[in-house]
Design a protein around this ligand. Structure first.
Ligand code: AMP
Length: 191
């Protein structure tokens, strides 16, 4: 199973991806987590992206496309993988299509988590409080506003992109975590 979880920051993509890892053994490919790991490791790439991420901007397509392309060949992706936070714009979506095609792979489904945007500020505030080791540098009102702006401009058009490809499904991301997981499990059982 190869799927994308689509939705604005705070929609619950990471939480749902982790549940899918636990329940189905798919690999969670979160570009945000991978970039934060690169920053924590102090790598050259990490140093390059830190400032960009902290203010809520997108890092360059080349970087994230490269990371994903390498990562999906790893053995833990054999059962399937969940793309969480990638693609985030049209160029990345097209690069993903091309990459999967070249690897002889096919996307099974794109699940869009629909949320009420004004509630995302409270969710992110809560996440900032609960994050072990301190809040993410971009979990604050200013960066979240920027991330939402970018989501609308660049990521939301992917809903139509995947709708046109006939692979889009939507779930109510405002429901309780387990109820969202149940909606997702139902979709996966049907694809
Ligand atoms: P996330 O953990 O998905 O909220 O991502 C945190 C930050 O990492 C984003 O605000 C971007 O700066 C960067 N990032 C993560 N994924 C991508 C992506 N696919 N394209 C560009 N930047 C990304």
């Amino acid at each position: 199973m190869k799927l994308i979880l689509l939705g604005p920051p705070g929609a619950g993509k990471g939480t749902q991806a982790q549940k899918l890892v636990a329940d189905f053994g798919y690999a969670q490919l979160s570009t945000g987590d991978m970039l934060r790991a690169a920053i924590a490791a102090g790598s050259e790439m990490g140093q390059k992206v830190k400032g960009i991420m902290d203010r809520g901007d997108l890092v360059s397509d080349d970087i994230v496309v490269g990371i994903i392309s390498e990562r999906i060949d790893a053995p833990d992706c054999a059962k399937g993988f969940i793309l969480d936070g990638f693609p985030r714009n049209g160029a990345q979506a097209e690069a993903l299509d091309k990459m999967l095609d070249e690897k002889g792979m096919k996307l099974d489904v794109v699940i869009s988590l629909e949320v009420v945007e004004k509630d995302l500020f409270a969710r992110i505030e809560q996440r900032a409080k609960e994050t072990v080791g301190g809040p993410r540098a971009d979990d604050n009102v200013k960066a979240l506003k920027k991330r939402l702006e970018i989501y609308h401009e660049q990521t939301a058009p992917l809903i139509k992109y995947y709708g046109d490809q006939g692979v889009l499904k939507t779930v109510d991301g405002m429901a309780q975590i387990d109820a969202v997981s149940a909606q997702i499990a139902k979709i996966l059982a049907e694809v």
